[in-house]
Design a protein around this ligand. Structure first.
Ligand SMILES: *[C@@H]1O[C@H](CO)[C@@H](O)[C@H](O)[C@H]1NC(C)=O
Ligand SMILES: *[C@@H]1O[C@H](CO)[C@@H](O)[C@H](O)[C@H]1NC(C)=O
Ligand SMILES: *[C@@H]1O[C@H](CO)[C@@H](O)[C@H](O)[C@H]1NC(C)=O
Ligand SMILES: *[C@@H]1O[C@H](CO)[C@@H](O)[C@H](O)[C@H]1NC(C)=O
Ligand SMILES: *[C@@H]1O[C@H](CO)[C@@H](O)[C@H](O)[C@H]1NC(C)=O
Ligand SMILES: *[C@@H]1O[C@H](CO)[C@@H](O)[C@H](O)[C@H]1NC(C)=O
Ligand SMILES: *[C@@H]1O[C@H](CO)[C@@H](O)[C@H](O)[C@H]1NC(C)=O
Ligand SMILES: *[C@@H]1O[C@H](CO)[C@@H](O)[C@H](O)[C@H]1NC(C)=O
Ligand SMILES: *[C@@H]1O[C@H](CO)[C@@H](O)[C@H](O)[C@H]1NC(C)=O
Ligand SMILES: *[C@@H]1O[C@H](CO)[C@@H](O)[C@H](O)[C@H]1NC(C)=O
Length: 725
């Protein structure tokens, strides 16, 4: 009888630890394979979870996903992640130029359960004289990338463990990515750095695994890692939400004590054991979620009784303790008992536990205070109180959580390499855009506070207003005025008609805004990340320049420069690339690219065509020099028959794109010139323009039938255009 019980207990323990479907192998080599994954089709939930595990020799077998030949190194039920092997891209040079280049791509099944984790991985490039882009295919295709430069003279900048644009650079990927392509290249054939860095490398990698090893990682990295690095994938069941899946016959959370939660990275859901239970929530009986015997692990000083889903820790009869989990149970003081009865110890206990709870809360508050202080909160508070007319507000983390519905993904307005922007509604019904950055700000304390204050003073109708910030978190969250109509990038690369007049008006407004930034403060505020997606449009299509995430007060040190390096490729000032110094003229160059984007309706970096044609600035300059402007520009505006005007704007763009900064006009000159040209165009613009109507019809056509959640906010914004108001 006793042996039988022991046997059952042992069986249960071994099942709890293995978590495979009953009767199936639970390990391949030394890697656990929990259900819904399984070795062989009958052991897994479906084909796409089927793992193959065979080895011809005696060597350790490696499990791989059958449908994609992906080698697995770890599977986690709790986090819903699986770590697999990813291949490195390599681009190598010798004295005679490029010697070899190998650029693999990675494709996960289109409707399958796996997606690349956007939170655990970073796209990483190694090398001096290296640029790398990743075209990540998800609900919103995003091409992002980074640049790493260094040469003989700057090897001291290459720091072990610091991936900041010198020898190593990193960027994030968006959510829901199942397929990506990498582009890897060099500006001057590694000719200045061949001795210590013959190759560039790029790869998506588990950011907890990767650590930049300094200059030694700039050669032979491929060989040392056998051509591969780990990458984390999220997995999910099916393509429905929990709510939809619960009523289906194939609902996967079979264990009684389990619950369902939606995947945050693409469609589908996962299961988890309810608190106090452990096991495999996807299994019905044996191996499913079992009660945890907390009494084995919890330090109870009294009598511990395990209950389903929890435990009780009490003092034996007649003894008391403030908290039997922590303090010995003792007999009450006899004097108290005699003189005042049992009421006092109770009150005493209450009093002590009240103090204790107070202390706990205090700890939590201290943590917030730490960030608040580090981010210059006290300094900023002082500044604000000494300037009576400031509207800038310091938000608490709670304020922003409730404004954005706990940073709900339905509130996401946009995302990019630098972070997420959420729509939020403040208690006074004011709609705001909340920017949660993932790039750690190089500035600390007072310096950051000063910059916040300067930016909050910017008051221009074509600049998005900074309303406040939250300093209680590690990376400060910025709160901006909400602009309803999306950004210029979507407008240019969307479907609606765009007259030359419209384009010039938007360009002139944006130019004035940047010119204002350059002149508003001393030292000047350099935007540092001028691009079409940073120019927002309000309900009247008035341009509003946004995102001072990259703007710095003339960066001179390494960290500031590295942040600038995160700026989107295609808009980067080549002179700044050489010198590492960001100037007002860098903004002029980037603006030149936006101007060409407006004239051509082409993207700043495109995916098609020869290497020369991909960079819009380059393509435009060659066409201009060869007198082939017609090939590049948008036919829609050329059909308006104002070629003189178009040539004038093109010449202005060309000056902005001069290689040498000193040959470029100032932003003020650009703005004045553009305004003059826009006035030459004498058609009335908005609101009673027939164009508005066609714009409305077109966009609604495009968006109807678009079922993706992701676009719904934008869709509402676009559909709310009301002409003639
Ligand atoms: C499996 O074995 C390899 C090599 O011995 C080791 O590096 C790895 O950490 C092990 N994995 C697990 C999950 O134990
Ligand atoms: C494992 O089995 C698959 C399918 O039967 C086969 O294609 C593959 O070559 C085998 N792998 C090894 C290492 O034997
Ligand atoms: C496995 O066997 C193949 C063929 O017999 C051999 O070439 C290979 O070196 C072996 N691998 C190991 C790790 O022993
Ligand atoms: C790079 O090398 C190629 C030959 O492989 C040559 O045509 C090209 O001009 C070189 N570029 C630079 C910038 O040195
Ligand atoms: C450079 O690499 C190419 C291709 O691998 C090779 O043909 C050539 O001989 C190499 N040149 C030098 C100078 O090593
Ligand atoms: C390194 O610095 C020296 C002296 O400042 C300069 O002449 C040389 O061109 C620099 N080399 C590179 C590759 O930038
Ligand atoms: C870089 O430094 C090495 C060794 O100091 C030297 O041989 C080489 O000529 C230098 N290259 C350049 C471009 O300065
Ligand atoms: C690369 O492969 C070799 C031989 O197969 C092995 O000894 C080494 O540990 C591997 N290195 C890594 C980083 O996996
Ligand atoms: C959802 O999954 C089912 C079954 O796997 C598939 O038939 C269907 O096409 C999928 N729907 C979408 C929108 O991916
Ligand atoms: C799943 O359960 C574990 C253990 O109770 C918990 O740590 C984890 O946060 C849960 N995950 C989710 C997404 O609920």
């Amino acid at each position: 009888m006793f042996l039988g019980l022991l046997f059952l207990q042992l069986l249960r323990l071994s099942l709890v630890s293995c978590q495979a479907k009953p009767g199936c192998r639970d390990k391949c080599g030394n890697i656990s394979i929990p259900y819904p994954f399984g070795i062989g089709e009958s052991c897994s939930m479906e084909r796409l979870f089927t793992v193959t595990c065979n080895s011809t020799n005696d060597s350790m077998p490696i499990p791989y996903i059958k449908s994609g030949l992906i080698d697995i190194t770890d599977i986690s039920l709790i986090t819903g992640e699986i770590t697999v092997t990813n291949y490195l891209a390599e681009d190598c040079y010798n004295e005679s130029g490029r010697s070899n280049s190998n650029i693999p791509s990675f494709r996960l099944a289109h409707n399958g359960p796996l997606t690349f984790s956007s939170t655990k991985n970073k796209f990483t490039a190694l090398g001096c004289d290296t640029y790398a882009t990743i075209k990540a295919m998800s609900e919103e295709d995003l091409t992002t990338g980074c640049i790493s430069i260094c040469n003989n003279n700057s090897t001291s900048m290459i720091t072990e463990g610091s991936c900041d644009g010198f020898g190593c650079c990193q960027t994030s990927i968006p959510r829901g990515v199942r397929y990506f392509e990498v582009e890897l290249g060099s500006y001057s054939n590694h000719s200045n750095v061949l001795q210590f860095n013959p190759c560039s490398y790029a790869f998506l990698v588990d950011q907890n695994w990767f650590r930049f090893g300094g200059i030694s990682d700039l050669s032979g990295y491929m060989e040392r890692n056998n051509g591969s690095v780990p990458v984390v994938l999220d997995w999910a069941i099916g393509n429905k939400t929990c709510q939809e899946a619960k009523v289906e016959p194939d609902y996967a959370c079979l264990s009684q004590n389990s619950y369902c939660y939606d995947s945050t990275n693409g469609p589908g859901y996962r299961c988890n054991c309810t608190a106090g239970y452990q096991g495999n929530p996807y299994l019905q009986d044996i191996g499913g979620c079992e009660d945890i015997d907390e009494c084995r692990t919890q330090p109870c000083k009294g009598i511990c009784i395990n209950t389903r889903g929890g435990y009780k820790c009490d003092c034996p009869k007649g003894k008391h303790s403030v908290d039997p989990n922590k303090y010995e149970c003792k007999s009450p003081f006899p004097v108290v008992k005699v003189t005042l009865g049992i009421g006092i110890p109770f009150i005493l206990a209450l009093f002590v536990s009240w103090i204790y709870l107070g202390l706990q809360r205090r700890k939590f508050i201290n943590f917030r205070e730490k960030f608040y202080k580090e981010n210059g909160g006290l300094h900023l508070q002082n500044l604000i109180s000494s300037y009576p007319n400031i509207t800038f507000k310091l938000f608490s983390e709670e304020d922003l959580k409730s404004a954005t519905n706990k940073f709900d993904r339905n509130n996401i307005l946009g995302q990019g390499g630098q972070g997420m922007v959420y729509k939020g509604i403040l208690p006074n019904n004011q709609v705001v855009a909340v920017k949660k950055s993932i790039v750690v700000n190089a500035m600390q304390g007072q310096q950051f506070a000063n910059e916040m204050l300067i930016l909050s003073q910017i008051n221009h109708k074509n600049v998005v207003k900074l309303l406040g910030c939250c300093l209680e978190v590690e990376i400060p969250i910025l709160v901006y005025e909400f602009i309803s109509n999306g950004n210029l990038f979507h407008f240019i690369h969307g479907e609606c008609q765009l007259s030359l007049k419209t384009r010039l008006t938007i360009a002139a407004e944006a130019a004035y805004a940047i010119a204002y930034l350059h002149s508003a403060a001393s030292p000047p505020i350099i935007h540092g990340d001028v691009k079409s997606s940073n120019i927002l449009l309000d309900e009247n299509y008035t341009a509003k320049v946004s995102d001072f995430g990259a703007s710095k007060l003339t960066p001179t040190d390494k960290d500031q420069f590295a942040t600038f390096m995160q700026g989107t490729l295609g808009y980067l000032d080549p002179e700044c690339l050489q010198t590492g110094i960001l100037t007002e003229k860098s903004d002029v160059y980037s603006f030149g690219v936006v101007l060409v984007e407006l004239l051509s309706r082409r993207k700043a970096v495109s995916q098609d065509g020869s290497e020369q044609e991909r960079n819009l600035a380059h393509l435009f300059m060659t066409s201009m020099n060869d007198n082939r402007l017609m090939d590049v520009l948008d036919h829609e505006i050329m059909n308006e028959g104002k070629m003189d005007l178009i040539h004038e704007v093109s010449r202005l763009a060309k000056r902005c794109l001069s290689v040498q900064g000193k040959e470029r006009p100032t932003m003020k000159e650009v703005a004045t010139e553009l305004e003059g040209l826009a006035v030459l165009e004498n058609h009335p613009w908005m609101p009673n323009n027939p164009e508005t109507e066609s714009l409305l019809n077109k966009t609604s056509d495009t968006y109807v039938g678009e079922s993706s959640e992701f676009f719904s906010l934008e869709k509402r914004a676009v559909l709310s255009i009301e002409p003639g108001r």
